[in-house]
Design a protein around this ligand. Structure first.
Ligand code: SF4
Length: 366
């Protein structure tokens, strides 16, 4: 009988949860997999996808050798070839392309299905760089939102997810936490047991939206309009944190001017929400602290998505009451955080109104 050894490893997927997995190994084969109960965020469970990881790794259908198509495309007929033949075939085609069109005619594309140190952005980058191939950002996730956050707060930073238990108002904005950030959900449930309200902003009635206290089902691509409409109400009612704005931001007067254009009626017409929903959301956010916003890809994967995140970040940083000085985590977000580390000044936040020209539909310009 083989000895069984236990190991702790980090899930390699491109996922915000970053779980610690427990793996039992017999000989050279993993025989059991689970979530580490000692890891505070993993809490002893993995997601549905990775729970069955061993079935995938040891599946008889897994491709372990190079295969060459021997029929027409789509016929599904392949034969096994050697690694030498596979590498020789690819190299010969690369040479043909380079001779005919130059190395930049080759465009490498891969992303982050597996984030192992060697498999992700490592040797392939060196190889294609040496070849002189075209460059590609190779991201399909959050570049637009990252640019929006950097334009506003200087960095793409977020709050400690465990701190969300302190929030009294939680906003899941374009984020289906229940399905795709499953380890954050117990912390949100804990916050709700302590009295927090959960609001989901999402055109789609996701599982998270179904479980929320309120679902704001805006039209796709109108997030920036909602953020401006919220700011309109906050400024109109004098609920902004003027001291914070004066001390730690630039451009808030221009932003207020821009937000004046986004009355609740105009915001409602653009977003498909009701005036009551816009007003309620603005007041709930302005008067409840600490609050937390978990933004996710839904917000930035459309035309104007970067500006939507930029606008949302500006709104968050200019709100009242004063999140930066809260003794508990204050205005928090999955993309940025208004609360600086204790004892440090918050960074200067750019709250300019953004370009005045329209960006392409469907989102409003900011
Ligand atoms: S939730 Fe799933 S994919 Fe994400 S880190 Fe945990 S096990 Fe991996």
């Amino acid at each position: 009988m083989k000895d069984t050894t236990g190991h702790k490893v980090v899930c390699p997927h491109d996922c915000p949860d970053t779980c610690v997995m427990t793996v039992s190994v017999e000989g050279d084969r993993a025989v059991a997999l689970g979530g580490d109960p000692e890891h505070r965020f993993t809490r002893g469970f993995l997601c549905a996808k990775v729970n069955r990881y061993l079935e995938r790794v040891y599946s008889p259908d897994r491709i372990l050798h190079p295969l060459k198509r021997i029929g027409r495309k789509g016929e599904g007929r392949f034969e096994r070839i050697t690694w030498d033949e596979a590498i020789g075939t690819v190299a010969a085609r690369f040479r043909e392309v380079i001779t005919a069109h130059g190395p930049q005619a080759i465009l490498p594309y891969s992303y982050a299905g597996n984030m192992g140190l060697l498999s992700y952005a490592s040797m392939d980058r060196r190889f294609f760089h040496a070849l002189g191939a075209s460059l590609l950002a190779r991201t399909i996730c959050a570049s637009a939102g990252g640019a929006g956050l950097k334009a506003t707060v200087g960095k793409s930073i977020g709050f400690d997810p465990e701190a969300i238990v302190h929030a009294r108002l939680i906003v899941a904005w374009g984020a289906n936490v229940v399905s795709s950030n499953v380890h954050l959900w117990p912390f949100i449930e804990e916050a709700r047991r302590r009295g927090a309200t959960l609001v989901t902003v999402d055109p789609y009635r996701s599982r998270t939206a179904e479980k929320s206290d309120r679902h704001l089902a805006l039209l796709p691509g109108t997030d920036a309009a909602l953020a401006l409409g919220v700011m309109h109400v906050v400024f109109r009612e004098g609920r902004e944190d003027r001291e914070y704005l004066d001390k730690h931001t630039v451009g808030w007067e221009a932003l207020r001017k821009r937000a004046r254009e986004w009355t609740p009626a105009r915001t409602a017409e653009t977003t498909g929400l009701t005036v009551e929903e816009v007003e309620w959301f603005a007041r709930a956010y302005a008067t409840t602290r600490p609050s937390a916003i978990r933004i996710n890809y839904g917000l930035n994967r459309h035309a104007g998505g970067g500006m939507a995140v930029r606008t949302e970040a500006g709104w968050r940083c200019g709100r009242s009451p004063a999140c930066p000085r809260s003794p508990v985590p204050g205005g928090m977000s999955g993309g940025a955080c208004c609360s600086p580390p204790r004892g440090r000044s918050p960074p200067t936040t750019r709250l300019s109104s953004g370009p005045t020209s329209s960006h392409p539909a469907p989102g409003p310009s900011t």
